[in-house]
Each structure stands twice: as structure tokens, then as C-alpha cells.
Ligand binder design. Structure first.
Ligand code: NAP
Length: 490
């Protein structure tokens, strides 16, 4: 972070955007285009959200880089099919600087409270500062509050211990005995990256993941040069990659379609390539493909077959100072313990305390279900909008594509609220009605019926992700359905 960033402070402005990750940057760019004054607050010292935060070994995105970027600015600089975390951080930083958004970001600022008072939001941050804003957009992301498992003795571990999202990349793992808990997308990337570097890798698997064995090929230099030279060529590549990714992503919501059959054949062939039958059995999930998020990795199944990598399926009973004890009595000694154990995915804006119209809090609003209007607005919360809120499409989809649709819609509502001097919020009964339809459909998907538990599900077992395609989201958000909204003068 530069001193310039450090000295920037937050002031009153028409719009406050919370989060300088991919979502916040997308919103800020559109607000800036309209000439509206705004500020972005970010709790981290840098730009890029999840790609700033996550620095674990092997971190990267398993959606191809040419599509995992803003549609207006495809990532032409990526050097591999799936970009590394460092390349993605650079992409979002660069985009925010080129669009001027970076100049509006106040870093190291954690919002703690949002209070709707006298027709505007009072925003309080951890340092006690309060500012006033006519509209607030929450772009806090979904996977950023680490879930640390409740394992006895964790605090007594004598070696290096970190959650995947808090990993310090300056830690040298060469020659170390590393234990990794979890075999989701993060765990699979860590194990792949450390196999052959660490002296040993012990991976604790509670539930096996279905693995799509896609190799991460380098981008041919001619293609990269052509995309860097021609925005038109870059957009063409974005569209081609989009079609490919959507085919795979949409297999989750059409499990009987040809896309799903091709996907499943590739996944099963990958598993068949595991030579040892006992290891293959251990790696075979007992639930439907697509129920949990599929792990895309061309290296994980190879890594776990190495002699220096051990897959442990016996349940963890305790962590001791020197390692991890499992139910079979074994002590797995380790110098380093990485918890790739996921996130509190149902936090959304929280732990920010939100108090809306008539003093209703977000916790009260969400006591029964995650009441939200088309993932972008909340009843009882005037002029508070979200990107990537509850029921954003899930299942290996490109969340950035959904975020772009959300950002475009939210900014239309913000513009209306500011120019007409009104407060906009969705009607509560209408929100409930729309949401029940989404929830009923979500309950019929493989995420709910596939026989697994995952971060997609709420406490009732209903997916918090929508089975809509990106095209359906775009169509749903094309026009503002004013009849669904309550608009009052402020
Ligand atoms: P995750 O998918 O929630 O996986 C957490 C893993 O930790 C699971 O294998 C889980 O086992 C295990 N676990 C949790 N508590 C445990 C305990 N007490 N004992 C043993 N095992 C335990 O988390 P994640 O891998 O961080 O991924 C979260 C999401 O982030 C992904 O689904 C994806 O959307 C996103 N992500 C994306 C990429 C990418 O390349 N695009 C990379 C990383 C993450 P159970 O399955 O039994 O619960």
C-alpha cells in the first residue's frame, strides 16, 4: 500500500460502497460513469477482495481467466488457462487503477454499523468514524469469513497453524511436513502445490470431492499477444470461453442434459486413472456429482498418488502439539497445519450490524430465511443494495458474470434514488413471494437432493444459491420492476 492510500480518509458522499473486491470495483466503475460522488471502503490494505486475501500455496481461479474477468475488459494478460491468485490480484488492481476507481478507495477500514436515520445511512467503522450516505452498496463477497473447525487441541499445536485464507506466503514450506485439513477447492490446490516441495503432505479428507481433471495449460504466446494488441480479439476470446464454461456450469441445473453426461464421463475417467484401488475407493464420493462444488484440478489426483503425499480418511479426534491424532489412534506428525476448512458462507453483509427502517435489524429480517429481492435489495432496508447477495447463481458458474448484472441493476436504483430524492426498497410481501419460488426450485436441484452437505445450503437444507443461468439473471434484471418496489420521498 502506498502512503497516499494510507492517508486517504472517508468523508460524507452520496454513495458508499463496502468492499474493493471484484463486486465493489464493478459497482464503483458504473457509479463513477454517472458522475455520482462515492467512496469505497475496504477492510484490507489492498484491492482485489478474495484475490488480495487468499495467498495460500497454489491459489488460483478454476474458471478460465479469459472469462473470469469483466466482460468489458477481458483478462488478456493471463499466462495460463486458470489464472493464479497473483495474476488475478494484478488484473483487478490494474482495472481499478485504469478506471480511476482505486482513487476512491479508503483502505484498512472495517464498517461495523449501518443505521438508516432521517433518510440516509449513518456508516460507522471500527475506528469510530461516522459518515452519512444517501445510498449504500454492500459488495462484501460471500467467502471471506474463515470457518475454523472446532477440533480439540487446535490451540496447542506447536508448529505453524493457519486457515487457508490467512496464509502468510512468506512462510517457506520446503522440506516441511505439512498437514492439510479439507479437500474442497482450496485444499486441492494446496495439496497440488505442495506435493514435491514439502517433505511430506498429509491431507485429511472428511468427505471426498468429485474432481474434474482439467490441466492448466499455458496460454499460447500468439493468442496472448493478439488479445493484448486488440480489445476486439480479447472480447471474442471472452465470448468463446464463456460458452464453454456455461456449458459446464449449467450441467448442475440440468443433470440429465448432454453437458452433464460429458462432464460426468470426464470426472469418472479421472477417478479411474487412480491406480491403487483402495485409494480410488477412498477418493470416490458417495453423493451425486455437482452436489458439492466440483473441484477443478488437473493435478490433485496425481498429487495424492505420490509416495510423499498421504490421504487420511480416519476422523480427526484431536490436534496435539506435534501433529494430528485420528480415530484409528495414529498421530500424524506435522510442522505446519493448514486449515482449508471453508467459510461462513451465510454471513453476507454480517457481522456488520444493520438497522433499517423502523429499527429492524438484518438479523431480525433474516431470522427465518435470507429475505432478499433478486439478490440485490432487502425489504425494510431503504437504499441499501447488494451484489452477490443471497441466491446468486451457484455451482461452478462465473460469479463475476452475475456480479456484472447485479452491478448494472443496482446502479440504476441508486441513480433513481439520488436524482428523484427518494428511498427505494422492495415490497416485503412481493420479495417473499418471489423468493419462495426460487427456494422451491433450488430445493429440487442436485445441491439439495444429491445427498451431501455443503456451504451452498442454509440451516434448513435449502440451497442459498439460485438455479438460474446467467442469461436468466440478465433477463430478470433487464427492466426495473417498479411495481415490486416501494419508493418514498426523503
Ligand atoms: P469448502 O469447499 O467449504 O471445503 C472445506 C473442506 O474442509 C471440506 O473438505 C470439509 O469437509 C473440510 N472440513 C471442514 N471442517 C472439517 C473438520 N472439522 N474436519 C475435517 N474436515 C473438515 O472450502 P474451500 O475449499 O475453501 O472452498 C470454498 C469455496 O471457495 C469453493 O467451493 C469455491 O466456490 C471457492 N473457491 C474457489 C476456488 C477457485 O478456484 N475458483 C478456489 C478456492 C475456493 P466436508 O466436505 O466433510 O464438510
Amino acid at each position: 500500500m502506498t502512503d497516499h492510500q494510507r492517508s486517504r480518509t472517508r468523508t460524507d458522499s452520496s454513495v458508499l460502497i463496502i468492499g474493493a473486491g471484484p463486486g465493489g470495483i464493478a459497482v464503483a466503475e458504473r457509479v463513477a460513469d454517472l458522475g455520482i460522488d462515492f467512496v469505497v471502503v475496504e477492510r484490507a490494505a489492498g484491492l482485489g477482495g478474495t484475490w488480495y486475501q487468499n495467498r495460500y500455496p497454489g491459489v488460483g481461479c478454476d474458471v478460465p481467466a479469459h472469462y473470469y474477468s469483466y466482460s468489458t475488459d477481458p483478462n488478456a494478460a493471463a499466462t495460463t488457462l486458470f489464472a493464479s491468485g497473483a495474476e488475478l490480484r494484478a488484473y483487478f488492481e490494474d482495472h481499478a487503477r485504469r478506471t480511476g476507481v482505486a482513487e476512491h478507495v479508503v483502505h484498512d477500514t472495517e464498517v461495523t454499523d449501518l443505521d438508516w436515520e432521517d433518510g440516509a445511512w449513518t456508516v460507522t467503522s471500527a475506528d469510530g468514524q461516522r459518515t452519512r450516505h444517501r445510498a449504500v452498496v454492500g459488495a462484501t463477497g460471500r467467502l471471506n469469513r474463515a470457518k475454523v473447525p472446532d477440533i480439540a487441541g487446535l490451540d496447542r499445536f506447536a508448529g505453524v497453524l493457519a486457515h487457508s485464507s490467512d496464509w502468510d506466503p512468506s512462510e517457506d514450506l520446503a522440506g516441511k511436513r505439512v498437514a492439510v485439513v479439507g479437500t474442497g477447492s482450496s485444499g486441492a490446490q494446496i495439496v497440488s502445490a505442495l506435493a514435491g516441495t514439502a517433505s511430506t503432505v498429509t491431507v485429511f479428507q472428511r468427505t471426498a470431492s468429485w474432481v474434474m481433471p482439467v490441466p492448466n495449460e499455458p496460454i499460447p504466446e500468439e493468442l496472448r499477444a493478439a488479445m493484448l494488441a486488440s480489445p476486439e480479439r480479447a472480447r471474442e476470446q471472452y465470448r468463446a470461453t464463456e460458452a464453454f464454461v456455461r456449458g459446464i456450469a449449467e450441467a448442475s441445473i440440468d443433470p440429465d442434459g448432454p453437458g452433464a453426461r460429458a462432464r460426468d464421463a470426464q470426472i469418472r475417467a479421472g477417478l479411474e486413472s487412480v491406480a491403487d484401488p483402495a485409494l480410488r475407493r477412498a477418493l470416490t464420493p458417495d453423493y451425486a456429482i455437482g452436489c458439492k462444488r466440483i473441484v477443478f484440478s488437473g493435478t490433485f489426483l496425481t498429487a495424492v498418488q505420490r509416495p510423499d503425499v498421504q490421504l487420511v480418511t480416519s476422523r480427526i479426534t484431536e490436534v496435539e502439539p506435534t501433529g494430528v491424532r485420528t480415530a484409528d489412534g495414529a498421530l500424524h506428525e506435522a510442522d505446519v497445519l493448514i486449515l482449508a476448512t471453508g467459510f461462513h458462507a451465510d454471513n453476507y453483509l454480517r457481522p456488520i450490524r444493520v438497522r433499517g427502517a423502523d429499527g429492524i435489524t438484518l438479523d431480525e429480517l433474516w431470522a427465518d430465511s435470507f429475505l432478499s429481492y433478486k439478490s440485490v435489495a432487502l425489504p425494510e432496508m431503504p437504499n441499501l443494495f447488494l451484489v452477490n447477495g443471497p441466491y446468486t447463481p451457484g455451482g461452478s458458474t462465473n460469479v463475476l458474470a452475475a456480479i456484472e448484472e447485479h452491478a448494472g441493476y443496482v446502479v440504476r436504483l441508486v441513480e433513481h434514488a439520488l436524482t428523484e430524492h427518494v428511498a427505494v426498497r422492495p415490497d416485503t410481501a412481493r420479495t417473499r413471494e418471489l423468493l419462495e419460488a426460487v427456494r422451491a426450485e433450488a430445493r429440487r436441484t442436485v445441491w439439495a437432493t444429491g445427498g451431501c452437505d455443503s456451504w451452498y445450503l442454509d440451516a434448513s437444507g435449502t440451497p442459498l444459491v439460485s438455479p438460474m443461468t446467467i442469461d436468466e439473471v440478465a433477463a430478470d434484471l433487464r427492466e426495473v420492476a417498479w411495481g415490486d418496489l416501494v419508493v418514498t420521498p426523503v
